[in-house]
Every structure is written in structure tokens, then in C-alpha cells.
Design a binder for this molecule. Sequence first.
Ligand code: PMP
Length: 326
Amino acid sequence: MNYAKNILETIGNTPLVKINKLTETLPCLVLSKYETFNPGNSVKDRMALKMIKDAEADGRLKPGGTIIEGTSGNTGMGLALAAIVKGYKCIFVMADKQSKEKVDILKAVGAEVVVCPTAVEPDDPRSYYSVSKRLSTEIENSWYVNQYDNPSNAKAHYESTGPEIWQQTEGKVTHFVVGVGTGGTISGVGKYLKEQNPNVKVWGVDTYGSVFKKYHETGVFDENEIYPYVTEGIGEDILPENVDFSIIDGFTKVTDKDAAVYTQRLAKEEGMFLGNSAGAAIKGVLQLKEHFKPEDVVVVLFHDHGSRYVGKMFNDDWMREKGYIE
Ligand code: PMP
């Protein structure tokens, strides 16, 4: 018989799927690394399991412990699935701009969720960074995951996502394009691909309201770049240790409107029911058109599933309210 011994064994080995209509204007082949096939419906299952395994191995996470993390939902789902199989408790701290579905989904897999305001400075005691840190000092036998600075995050992608893309493209990948939040995905995959072929170009997709693009181009952390934005999962107002700027060739910024509109278009024109950062990522690929030649093989990574956005990007009333559609 051929079966997985538990749900965690089904993580990874996701398909690579060609984009057809949306990329018609590009000269090259565009393939999507389709991460919603993971059991938690996002790429984050990979790094969640890796972070837990590494913390178990060096004693940061002990039997019966409580896992604490600031998460926009996907990392939380990955951690929750692993925690169930391995016998840990989970407390997740989220910013209030995240969709209600994300909170409900985490509660559905047994986690406790604490919601914090979005529009405060990272070092404000009410921010989700600060609250996560405080809870981890107050709760006994707890472990603060800190996906932003935890090196196991990028390592998971260096060990699994990167090698899968290399093998699936038979080493023909020329460009990797991906939304950047903690930086784990771009840094781990980018490092692996560049080690196989230094000519592979690695592009990050950023949002307006985030510091990455300007910092990459100038080395300046410019606070004027920071303001609230709608796009979920990508962009930051901090520089996470997991963003390895040295392996990134460039960033392109996608507007909230374009990210939302392209999230709808992926569903309606490609049959790809995906999250908001997938819309940003595919629009990012289109914005990079001038960098692509006919023989290129561009891989874009799609992080998560559309079900988490039914009250937002897949709700036309919400889209009209924001002025994203007529
Ligand atoms: N898209 C979504 C939906 C996410 O949840 C995240 C993680 N914040 C990202 C993109 C960015 O991935 P990474 O953290 O690996 O940079």
C-alpha cells in the first residue's frame, strides 16, 4: 500500500503549472510553482515544519510546549498542522488588517488567535511583533518562532522548494519571481538556484508602502516608504534577517489595485483560485517583460489559496468599495 504516515508527509513536491492567457504578451515560457497543493494550502507548510524540527533538535522546543508566532495566517496554518501531529499548543498573533477567514481557519485547527492593530510602529507595545515577544516571555515552556529572523525559514526553501524547481525545469529555469515578506522563499530558492547556475535572475515582488525596493537600490532604510497598504502577505516595514539582499537582482512594486485585479484574473482566466500575493506576483512578472527573451523559462511562485480571500479580492462589493473595479 502507498500512503503517507501522517499529513506532514504530504508537504512539498507541488506541481509546476504553465500560465497561458495572462502571459500571452510575454515572449517566454512562464511556469507557476503551485504551492496551494500543500496540506495547509500554502508554501508556508514547508518552513513551518522545518522551523519546528530544527527547534526540537536543539532543544528550543520541548515536549508539551507552546508555539507562539506573529503570523498573517499561512505560517500559522503550517505550524498548527505540525503542532497537532507532534503534540504542541499554538498561540498566533495577527494584525487586524488580515482577513477574517484567516483567523477562523487558524481557530479551526485548534490554535488560539490574538488580534493586534496594524497601524502602529513595530516597536509599539501593541504591535504584533511586540505582543508575540511579550507572550513568549510570559508563558512557560513556550517557543517564539520568529519567522522573520529564524534561519530555518530560508533553509526550508533551500532544501526543498529550490531543488524541486531545478529538477522540474530540468535546470532550464532562467528567472525566479516571487513576492517577498519574511524573505524566506526568495532567499532560500534564490540561493539554491544561483548555486546551480549563477546566471539565474532572482526578482522580488514588493508592495507600495514597503521598504524592500528602495533599500535594495540605495542601501537606505527610508521610513517615508512606509504606509498602510492592502496587499496581503508581501512587503514589510522592517528588514527581516531572512531577506538576503545579495542574491536578489531587483524588486518590482505592484499596486494594491493591480494585485487585487490580477488575483481575480488568475481565477477567471487561468482557473487558478489563489491568494492576493499570487495576483501581485503575476503582475510583477508582466512588469518585468523587458527583461525576458524568447528562450527564457520564468518560474513564479504562488504562495496561497483563494479561499482565504473570499470576503475581499473575490467579493465585488469589496472591490468596488476600494475603487478597484467599476
Ligand atoms: N504570500 C503570502 C500569502 C504569504 O503569507 C507570505 C508570507 N508572509 C508571502 C507571500 C511571502 O513569503 P516569504 O515570507 O517567504 O517572503
